[in-house]
Ligand binder design. Structure first.
Ligand code: UDP
Length: 403
């Protein structure tokens, strides 16, 4: 039996939690051989060192690429992507995969797509056809155009990918593998006993027994100069709410220096007694903490994707997630202290929401591995100019309904 070599490029903690269940399924499938390349912020301690968790979970790491240029600004984003492209070409030449998997829309993911496309290696893209703000919006759709096979999260996303000229036979609704992890949490919601001892971090050890908030806020690359002020509004809102809060450090996007600067300055000036800061926790533990929170606040996609499945109330701030399909667990607000406070209080009065399978049904990893083993591989592409299939045009449908 010939096995297909599948090379998965992981460039950040978000990419790892968004592919982890698919990695398990690939590893357990005898028709496939898994190759992992860890790159960009996934190999940096400052951004959570996701590669450590990848190895702890028992996955092989075939190559590490150190391509993040210091500065966290617009220039370094472009340079880091360029370095990523140069290094990725060498790694792919050495590994000789039968296909390459790139995940979602982070700025550096396009390096993987360009390298694979120029090297005539079939490219599989996860999470195409979605809509957001920030540079992610352009990068996601550019990845779609470079990819040969698409695994999307909903039929609505599939419609959009086909409307971008991708051939319907190559666009599959698999759901998002991150929902597989959320599904594990729903099946075993045992709370984390002592997150402070277990995950370290900075700040007081808080009493979480009467409820707490989670905050995860990133810079918006297209509003790069506002990152510090935007974080400051959220910090003031959290201080006013005076609830125990677990605050997670931002990712490496342009402007994250501004966000981090706000966190440090606020800590020094106000010494908030209700906030504990974490750099990164393992993806299952993170979702477990989110599941038991009263609300998640900020602009991370986790509030919209995994938290819609978990039914966790979410306050989504600003434009970073604008246009992303969302469930009823999300209240959208501007970067403004009083709006944030009002939305959190309203959510706390409401409590948990019903689980929504908008982004998947908990079975994505298995579906993805099966398709990787069987889908015809080709690098020939022509623009599809036909109709979007009628069943895909019916509006919102979950992966479960589409399967
Ligand atoms: N995440 C994690 N550990 C953490 C923080 C986040 O595993 O300490 C996961 C989270 O479950 C989600 C993803 O990372 O799947 C979201 O990350 P982030 O907010 O960085 O990314 P976004 O998708 O908003 O760019």
């Amino acid at each position: 039996m010939t096995t297909r070599k599948v090379c998965v490029a992981i460039t950040a903690r978000a990419s790892y939690s968004r592919v982890r269940s698919a990695l398990c399924a690939i590893q357990n499938d005898r028709r496939l051989e898994l190759q992992i390349v860890a790159a960009a912020s996934s190999v940096l301690d400052r951004y959570g060192n996701a590669v450590k968790f990848i190895q702890q979970d028992g996955f092989p790491v075939h190559a590490r690429i150190f391509n993040i240029v210091e500065g966290e600004n617009l220039v370094t984003s472009a340079k880091s992507t360029g370095l990523g492209l140069v290094e990725m070409a060498t790694v792919l030449a050495n590994l000789e995969p039968d296909m390459v998997v790139t995940i979602a829309d982070r700025y550096e993911t396009i390096a993987t797509s360009i390298a694979a496309a120029y090297m005539n290696i079939p490219l599989v893209h996860l999470q195409g056809g979605e809509i957001t703000g920030s540079i992610d919006e352009k990068v996601r759709h550019a990845n779609t155009k470079l990819a040969d096979i698409h695994f999307v999260c909903s039929t609505r996303a599939r419609d959009r990918v086909i409307r971008m000229g991708e051939c319907p036979e190559r666009v599959f609704v698999t759901g998002c593998p991150s929902i597989d992890l959320a599904d594990e949490i729903l099946k075993d919601p045992t709370p984390e006993a002592d997150p402070f001892r277990r995950f370290g971090g900075v700040g007081p050890e808080l009493d979480l027994s009467s409820g707490y908030l989670i905050v995860l806020q990133h810079p918006v690359t297209t509003e790069y100069e506002s990152a510090r002020g935007q974080a400051w509004e959220t910090l003031r809102a959290i201080a006013e709410l005076d609830m125990p809060t677990l605050w997670f450090w931002p990712n490496v996007d342009a402007g994250s220096d501004g966000t981090s600067n706000a966190l440090r300055s606020f800590r020094e000036l106000h010494n908030p007694r209700n906030i504990h800061f974490f750099k990164h926790v393992d993806s299952l533990q993170f979702l477990r903490l989110a599941y038991h929170s009263r609300a998640i606040v900020g602009n991370s996609s986790v509030a919209i994707r995994e938290c819609s499945y978990l039914g966790v109330p979410a306050v989504n701030i600003g434009t970073r997630q604008q246009g992303r399909d969302r469930g009823s667990n999300v209240i959208d607000v501007e970067h403004h202290q009083s709006e944030i406070v009002r939305a959190v209080r309203s959510h706390i009065r409401h409590g948990r929401f019903a689980s929504d399978p908008l982004y998947g049904d908990g079975q994505s990893g298995r579906r993805i591995a099966d398709l990787l083993a069987t889908v015809p591989l080709s690098i020939d592409k022509t623009l599809y100019e036909g109709e979007v299939l009628p069943e895909a045009a019916r509006g919102r449908t979950s992966a479960r309904q589409a399967a």
